[in-house]
Design a protein around this ligand. Structure first.
Ligand SMILES: [Zn+2]
Length: 321
């Protein structure tokens, strides 16, 4: 019902405000490019690419509020106007973003440069591994029955491909800043390559190749990139947070049998399952941050995708000891 209501509101706003292409509220610069990112990773990528562009640079907005649950996001009427006024719109294209296709059906998108992050990489299906709880209802996927994993940015290799796609789009619509965007993008990609080689070095020097999450697992692309095996309670986009006793028992047994030193949880989690597993096994509970969203405090402090991922490196080293 909530979704239907939101769609009705969305459509009425498009009908009543059909012609407000420019003049976005809160824009620092009326003439600048309006770039809208649905969630944190592309928001931060644009920030890195447009660094030092000052008042000539893009007006950047992130739709998902900091700390909000990304899988149940519904756009407000104001969000719809923000999207309608955007010159560049970046979204993931997965389960969390099915509302985007619904909105685009009734919106004139001919003047908006749209980037779907899942188009920039090779997508894989969300995977159910041994011990993992499958969702009861089939996921509401935009891909006709196949649930492709939307967490494409978790692998630095993919992040590089996404940054390249965003850079290309920004340069196309803002030729005046293109040289700066390309320079920033090249430097940023070098940092992402360093991050990738740091993760690779940790895995190459590790005793084990298995990680355990007492939580959801949005790291399929990350695990694939480094040849890691994983066990977790739920797939990445699961709406479940209360595990069955058998799920917890499976993970506890796995940690005991393989003497795995760390149990991970993801960001903005209630951490209850990881707490239980840590208490039962003596494994250390650590955060492995997927960057799906960040806390209000971290957002206000200007924390970046790169900083978050760099903090994951020593945690992975500890988990693979
Ligand atoms: Zn997700």
């Amino acid at each position: 019902m909530k979704r239907i209501l939101a769609a009705v509101i969305a459509v009425s706003f498009i009908v009543f405000f059909p012609a407000c292409k420019k003049g976005k509220t809160g824009a620092k610069n009326q003439d600048g490019l309006n770039v809208v990112a649905v969630n944190f990773p592309p928001y931060d990528f644009v920030r890195a690419i447009a660094k030092d562009s000052g008042s000539a640079g893009p007006n950047l907005a992130m739709l998902l509020p900091p700390a909000a649950e990304s899988h149940s996001f519904e756009p407000s009427p104001q969000d719809i106007i923000t999207i309608q006024n955007s010159d560049v719109f970046i979204y993931t294209g997965g389960e969390s973003d099915v509302w985007v296709d619904r909105i685009f059906e009734s919106m004139d998108t001919s003047k908006i440069k749209i980037i779907r992050m899942m188009d920039a990489v090779d997508v894989v299906e969300e995977e159910i591994v041994e011990g993992m709880e499958e969702e009861e209802e089939p996921p509401d996927s935009a891909e006709e029955g196949v649930a492709y994993d939307e967490h494409v940015w978790t692998s630095p290799k993919n992040a590089i491909r996404i940054v390249r796609a965003i850079t290309g789009a920004l340069c196309e619509v803002d030729a005046a800043n293109a040289a700066l965007f390309r320079k920033n993008s090249d430097a940023y990609i070098k940092s992402l390559e360093k991050l990738d080689s740091d993760f690779q070095a940790v895995v190459d020097g590790a005793k084990r190749k298995t990680i355990v999450f007492g939580d959801r697992f949005p790291f399929r692309y990350f695990a694939d990139a480094y040849g890691l095996k994983y066990f977790a309670a739920f797939p990445g986009c699961s709406t479940e947070t209360e595990p069955a006793a058998a799920t917890v028992a499976f993970l506890i047994n796995k940690i005991r049998a393989e003497k795995i030193p760390v149990v991970f949880h993801i960001e903005l989690s209630n951490e209850k399952m990881a707490d239980t597993i840590a208490a039962e096994t003596g494994a250390k509970k650590l955060l492995f941050h997927s960057c799906h969203n960040i806390s209000k405090k971290d957002f206000d402090a200007g924390l970046t995708f790169l900083q978050i991922q760099m903090a994951n490196v020593p945690r992975l080293r500890e988990a693979l000891q």
